[in-house]
Design a binder for this molecule. Structure first.
Ligand code: UDP
Ligand code: MG
Length: 310
């Protein structure tokens, strides 16, 4: 019996891209495996779902999950992983920027015993200077905070069934896929790939979405920012002790204390630090709040293909 490989393909408003994706992927699947193509429609407001339904009616390997609204790519990956039945699972982008032509190479590494096969970006896609810089900054911060080096890491990964099962037992509510995939360990192999250019439609990541993802990723993997703030506070107290002593000595030697401005500056500095610290606490407490609500990561509204009736 051939091994079954699940491809998880998140889609958000990809009506322009989907026809090509649906045409190209089946032509690039190696013969010696069975495949299921699991499209997760992340609450698209265009014709994406109709296209997925149509494809699933024609090709029994195609299945679709539809979210009740846009929950974000990470949620789509979670849904895909929960739904996948394969002996191994491969994450792919709908825009083919994580190109299916690398499948044979990934599957070979898997057959040779790798439990996680990771795509490492040889080149980043064409993007603005601002987004390159902010991505660079994020990866630096993340590496510092969590000790995990994710630069040039991508969502392009193959996970063995074993890893997927472990993943599903993790209780985290906002998993940052790339981070968690690095954190779980297992026997890993990587391969280099070129990010193709997106053929149709626009990138679906807004600055707001990326900012949120970065914050979640950082606070999800490290409490270091909290400790850093405490350290800053300590340093500040030390500075106070020193300044206080100096002032006392000056007073004792009969000199007047000037520097009203200095006081204002100090106030600003301290106020700023307090706000920063409070803000950080807010972020972590926000995470606790989110997870204590225990709401699901996504809500399905429909499914198609496979054994479902629709
Ligand atoms: N995507 C999604 N939900 C979102 C944003 C993006 O499912 O809220 C999907 C999108 O359809 C695509 C993949 O995630 O298949 C990668 O998105 P995109 O190509 O826009 O990101 P980029 O390649 O620019 O990083
Ligand atoms: Mg893309």
């Amino acid at each position: 019996m051939k091994a079954l490989i699940s491809l998880i393909i998140p889609c958000y408003n990809e009506e322009e891209q989907l026809p090509e994706t649906l045409r190209v992927i089946p032509t690039q699947l190696p013969e010696d495996f069975d495949f299921e193509l699991l499209f997760v429609d992340d609450g698209s407001t265009d014709q994406s779902w109709a296209l997925i339904q149509e494809a699933s009616a024609k090709d029994s390997r195609v299945r679709g999950l539809r979210f009740s609204r846009n929950f974000g790519k990470e949620a789509a990956l979670v849904a895909g992983l929960e739904e996948a039945r394969g002996d191994a699972v491969v994450i792919m982008d709908c825009d083919l920027q994580l190109p299916p032509r690398y499948l044979p190479e990934m599957l070979k590494l898997w057959q040779e015993g790798a439990e996680i096969v990771e795509g490492v970006k040889e080149s980043r896609q064409k993007e603005s200077l601002a987004s390159r810089l902010s991505a660079g900054l994020f990866y630096r911060l993340f590496a510092q905070a969590s000790g995990m080096q994710l630069k040039n890491a991508s969502d392009f990964k193959l996970l063995d069934r074993k890893v997927v099962d472990v993943w599903q037992q993790l209780p985290e509510k906002d998993p940052f896929f790339r981070g968690l995939a690095a954190w779980v360990g297992f026997r890993r192999e990587s391969f280099r790939f070129h990010v193709d250019e997106r053929q149709h439609g626009q990138s679906k990541w807004s600055f707001k979405k990326l900012f949120r993802l970065s914050l979640d990723a950082l606070t999800g993997f490290s409490a270091k920012p909290l400790r850093l703030i405490a350290l800053l506070g300590l340093l500040l107290e030390l500075a106070f002790l020193v300044t206080g002593l100096v002032s006392l000595i000056r007073l004792a030697s009969g000199r007047a204390l000037s520097a009203f401005n200095g006081v204002i500056l100090l106030q600003l500095l301290i106020g700023g630090l307090i706000l920063l610290a409070l803000g950080l606490h807010g972020i972590y407490i926000g995470r606790l709040y989110e997870s204590s609500k225990d709401r699901p990561r996504y809500i399905l509204s429909e499914r198609c293909g496979g054994h479902s009736s629709s």
